[in-house]
Every structure is written in structure tokens, then in C-alpha cells.
Design a protein around this ligand. Structure first.
Ligand code: ATP
Ligand code: MG
Length: 569
């Protein structure tokens, strides 16, 4: 392919709305182009890279025995009403009506659609297990579309769904997909780590997310350098050290005018934040609850939601706080709140806490010398905080590290949530009716493409792993007007293509410096310079993008194709 015949427009300036390197580079390197917020065109270079990621995904899915299909993006509302998700999906789902006023959604995912499909075809245990998948556009009206392809409104997902006769079968399907994901990301040149994740509305079901570790990642991950435990902070647990708090005298109210936040109160008492218990009032499915955590820790709302089995948990507004505590916001505490029957849940690390300072449920006052067990009516203790660096690994007790990750995929045991709703049953060999057991498995195909760039770039541009590069090789043709030089480039292009290596020939009438800059920006794995001067000096220059200039080699024309193939291997 010749550059002059291609739709490529590299940019020197970063796009104004791009916050992270991969977003800037994808736009500058002419991989994607923004249409509007959260909407991107894959330009021809981007399309080539995307197709390569898709191909890897397809090969690994096929190798795992999954069958490809393609379901409509436009999904009738009835499907979603069957599971109650027409309402539960809320504003995240794009909805529309056809001319006959039939409601539909642009699919954000397809559990309903696929369950309805499989139910209509599968009736016997002989047709199971079954894994189907599709690679297709998904729509989500994200609250904050950002970071280019990372969080867009329209994106490409590979979604697979497994159907099994029993829990053991579902377990096999789960691990089959899990291992396929390990291979997919490795082949894309991505360092992706599987981490335990929160089951969301599916409660305690088993699920792993695959995270490409990167500082720009939106998710926090706690991981243990010793035993390999890794979990999304939404779910990460910690091993607790025993408390040995000394007995304390009777609790005592202390006036603390104008001190509301932990920092203000800590300064007032001249104590560390950990000497305090922070109490927050939440509303869980309409009912107020108090959550107590150590003063230096934050409440993990995902854990609270899971622990309470609640659909929605939100911070209470000022009026509710006043009604529950009997004080303005800032003075909530677990000891004798105004609403005496409000449930009070404390983080497990507070079991045995004595001599701590809490809000007094009265304006401008705190209580010191509080013994939680003695002075407060704690309804229950549970793990309710967000883990931090240094917290002890729940598996082996070593201090954990915090990292950031980009969620590129997720595998999920769904149980019978969807098959129950659709009555998706099969007949056993004894002709008994049983509900199929499901799993679902997503890969963010377009997000993966960007995660590769986030992990693999330098100040000059992208460094594509060969497996997903738009072109493996760029030939910078320095003297395009000289027929004999151009012929060398074309011959080399043909020789490489015969070997199955895709090549872009930069035949523009541009200065060498411009061509080199663009080759580095787009990030072709191998750059070859073909010019009159080089040819006179014995050949063409070959350099890998990941190597520095010192590794550049002059290779005789006759050996060039071999040398380039070797450089790519
Ligand atoms: P997130 O937590 O990042 O919003 P999710 O957990 O809601 O993602 P899933 O429903 O698990 O996403 O979808 C499967 C995969 O699709 C994700 O692992 C992610 O790689 C990708 N994905 C999800 N939302 C988006 C989006 N808005 N833009 C691009 N890719 C996305
Ligand atoms: Mg997910």
C-alpha cells in the first residue's frame, strides 16, 4: 500500500479533549477520528489494527469451541422487560421507538437476546454445553464518555455466552473462557492481569476482570506481590491485625466548634485520623443506615451494597442526616443517634475499638473515650472499607500493593438469573426439565486496542506489537522521484507481502525528517529506509520501532526481506 493513496492524516498537536497518552496518540497517528463526544471513526489504519485484534479474539474463541453468530443491535423492549432490566438499566441504555411505536433499545449487552434465542433452539441435554459469541457494536449512554475508545458511547465488544446442564459444566465453561482470555490478551501484546471482581447485581457470583495495568486505568487494584492475590478495589479484602485497645474511662462530650471533617477534628484534638471513627449516613433502598469506618479509611459503597443486599445505596441528604442523628451534617456518630432504631454497621477492623473519638450526634460536639462495644449499639461488623496500600493480603498476610488497571475483559458466572426469567429449560436423559446454567464473557475489543497503546508507547508515538500493528513495516522511500530507487521499494514491498507481511510505502514528497517522525508516531514495528544515498552505501536501513538508533542496520537489498521478517519475529 502506498501512503499517497491512503487516507492518513497525522497531527502534530494533541487533541484538546484528550487527557491520556493513548487517546492523544490514537488521534494524532490517524488511527481514530472523533465525530462527537464518545463517538469515533476508525480510520483505515485503525480499521486494520482493529481487524487484527478481532481476528485474534475470533481464533481463540473458535479454538475454545465457541460458535460465532450475530444478533441484532436493535433489541425489542419485551426482552428487557422479561428480566426487569428495561427499568434497571436506567439512563445507560439508549432507547427508541419504531414507526409503530414499538419500544426498543440499542443493545448495551445481550444476555436477554441470547437467552431468548437459545431457549428457542435448545431443548435437550444433547445440545449442551453450548458457547456462542459475537463481535459487534454495543451502545451505552455513559455518564462520562472519555479517554477516546476507553469509555465511548458506541464501542465494539466480543460477547460470549455459555449454557450448561449443571454447575460443574458451567465451571468448565468459565475456565475455558478465562484461559482463552489469557491467550487473547497475550497475543495482542497486552500485559493483562485477571483480578477478582464484584458481581454487581449478580451478587456473590464468581467473576474475574482482566485488567491491563496502566497508570491511566480507571480501576484500582489491590495485589499481593507474594502470593498473586489480585482484586478490584471494589471487592478487595484484607486480613485484619488483632486490636489490643486498652480499657478507657467513661465517654465524655467535648465541644468542637467549627470542626466537622476528620482533618479538622483531628487537628482540634491533636490526634491521628485513625483515632477517630467516621460515621456516614446512607440510604439503602429507601431506609437510612449508619456506616462507621476508621477515620483514616473510606467507605466502600460497593461492599456496603453487597453486604446489605441492597439495590441502591446513596449518601443521605442533609435533612435525612439531621433526622437520623439529631444534629447537622458533620457530627454523626454511633452512640445514641436521634433515630434510636437506625441500623449501625461498623467496619470489621473496629471490633474491640476503645478510646476512640466519634461524632456526638449533637451540633459542634464529639465524644471521646468511646468504647464501641460498651457505648454504641452496633448492629453488625463487616468488611466495609476500600483497601489501601499496605493492607494485609487476605490469602497470605503480606502487605499488598495498589495498582491501576484498564478493564479489557470480564468473565462471569451468571447462574440461572436469565434462564429462569426466560424459562430456558432442557430435558435430561430421564426427560426431566432443568434450567440451563449460564455464563457471560466480554472483551472490549476497541478498548483493548487503546489499552495496547497505553501500555506501549514513548514520547515519539505508538510502539505497536507486531500482531496488531496497522502495518508491520513502513518503507520510507526517500527519493520517490528516482525510478530506480522507487523500484527497489516496490520490489521489497512485493517480497514482504509474499511472506504475508503487510507494508506501507511512504512515497510522499516529504522531507526525510517528516517521514521518520510520522513512522515513529504511527509506530510501525519495523521501519525501512530506502534512498539513493543508502543504496549507494550498500543497501537499505532497517530499524525496529522498539530499538534505539544505535541498533539500526544497513542490509543489502537482496537480504532485506529476510532481515525484516527476522526483525518482526
Ligand atoms: P466499565 O466498568 O469499564 O464501565 P463494564 O464492567 O460495565 O465496564 P462489561 O459489561 O463487563 O463492562 O463489558 C465487557 C467489556 O466491554 C468491558 O470489560 C470493557 O472492556 C468493554 N466496555 C464496557 N464499557 C465500555 C465503553 N463505554 N467503551 C468501551 N469499552 C467498554
Ligand atoms: Mg465489566
Amino acid at each position: 500500500m502506498k501512503w499517497t493513496k491512503s487516507l492518513i492524516q497525522t497531527l502534530r498537536e494533541d487533541p484538546g479533549d484528550a487527557e491520556i497518552d493513548s487517546h492523544k496518540l490514537l488521534v494524532r497517528a490517524s488511527i481514530i477520528k472523533k465525530l462527537a463526544g464518545g463517538l469515533y471513526t476508525f480510520l483505515p489504519l485503525g480499521m486494520r489494527a482493529l481487524r487484527k485484534v478481532e481476528r485474534i479474539v475470533r481464533e481463540e474463541m473458535d479454538a475454545a469451541g465457541a460458535q460465532e453468530l450475530l444478533m441484532p443491535i436493535l433489541q425489542p423492549a419485551e426482552l428487557w422487560k422479561t428480566t426487569g432490566r428495561w427499568d434497571a438499566m436506567g439512563a445507560n441504555m439508549f432507547r427508541l421507538r419504531d414507526r409503530a411505536e414499538h419500544e426498543a433499545a440499542l443493545g448495551p449487552t445481550a444476555e436477554e437476546e441470547v437467552t431468548d434465542l437459545v431457549k428457542s433452539i435448545v431443548s435437550s441435554y444433547r445440545q449442551l454445553p453450548l458457547i456462542v459469541y459475537q463481535i459487534q457494536t454495543k451502545f451505552r449512554d455513559e455518564t462520562r464518555p472519555r479517554f477516546g475508545l476507553m469509555r465511548s458511547k458506541e464501542f465494539i465488544m466480543k460477547d460470549a455466552y455459555s449454557f450448561d446442564v449443571d454447575a460443574e459444566g458451567a465451571d468448565r465453561s468459565y475456565w475455558l473462557m478465562y484461559h482463552a482470555y489469557e491467550r487473547i490478551f497475550a497475543r495482542c501484546g497486552l500485559k493483562a492481569t485477571p483480578v477478582q471482581a464484584d458481581g454487581g447485581d449478580m451478587g456473590d457470583s464468581m467473576t474475574h476482570e482482566f485488567h491491563a495495568l496502566a497508570d491511566a486505568g480507571e480501576d484500582g487494584i489491590a495485589s499481593c506481590p507474594k502470593c498473586g492475590y489480585a482484586a478490584n478495589l471494589e471487592r478487595a479484602e484484607r486480613r485484619l491485625a488483632d486490636r489490643a485497645d486498652a480499657e478507657c474511662p467513661a465517654a465524655e462530650s467535648v465541644p468542637t466548634p467549627n470542626a466537622r471533617t476528620i482533618e479538622e477534628v483531628a487537628a482540634f484534638f491533636g490526634r491521628e485520623p485513625s483515632a477517630f471513627v467516621k460515621t456516614l449516613v446512607y440510604v439503602a433502598d429507601g431506609k437510612p443506615v449508619m456506616i462507621c469506618v476508621p477515620g483514616d479509611r473510606d467507605v466502600n459503597e460497593v461492599k456496603v451494597k453487597r453486604f446489605l443486599g441492597a439495590k441502591a445505596v446513596v449518601l443521605a441528604d442533609a435533612r435525612t442526616v439531621e433526622a437520623v442523628t439529631g444534629a447537622p451534617v458533620g457530627f454523626a456518630g454511633p452512640v445514641r443517634p436521634a433515630q434510636a432504631d437506625v441500623p449501625v454497621y461498623a467496619d470489621a477492623s473496629l471490633k474491640g475499638a476503645r478510646g476512640v473519638i466519634v461524632g456526638a450526634n449533637a451540633a459542634d460536639a464529639h465524644l471521646k473515650n468511646v468504647d464501641l462495644a460498651r457505648d454504641a449499639a452496633i448492629t453488625d461488623y463487616a468488611d466495609l472499607i476500600i483497601c489501601g496500600a499496605g493492607d494485609l493480603c487476605p490469602t497470605c498476610g503480606q502487605p499488598m500493593e495498589l495498582k491501576r488497571g484498564i478493564e479489557v475483559g470480564q468473565v462471569f458466572k451468571l447462574g440461572t438469573k436469565y434462564t429462569d426469567a426466560f424459562n430456558a429449560v432442557y430435558k435430561t436423559d430421564k426427560l426431566e426439565s432443568r434450567t440451563m446454567i449460564m455464563g457471560c464473557y466480554g472483551v472490549g475489543v476497541s478498548r483493548t486496542l487503546q489499552a495496547v497503546v497505553e501500555q506501549s508507547h514513548d514520547k515519539d508515538g505508538i510502539i505497536w506489537p507486531a500482531a496488531v500493528a496497522p502495518f508491520a513495516v513502513c518503507i520510507c522511500l526517500l527519493d520517490p522521484d528516482r525510478a530506480e530507487v522507487a523500484q527497489v521499494a516496490t520490489d521489497l514491498e512485493t517480497a514482504l507481502e509474499t511472506k504475508g507481511i503487510d507494508v506501507l510505502v511512504d512515497d510522499r514528497a516529504e522531507r526525510p525528517g517528516v517521514k521518520f517522525k510520522d513512522a515513529d508516531l504511527i509506530g510501525f514495528p519495523v521501519r525501512v529506509v530506502v534512498g539513493a544515498k543508502g543504496l549507494a552505501n550498500g543497501g537499505v536501513e532497517v530499524k525496529r520501532r522498539c530499538d534505539d538508533k544505535s541498533k539500526m542496520r544497513i542490509v543489502p537489498v537482496a537480504e532485506a526481506a529476510e532481515a525484516i521478517a527476522a526483525a518482526l519475529a
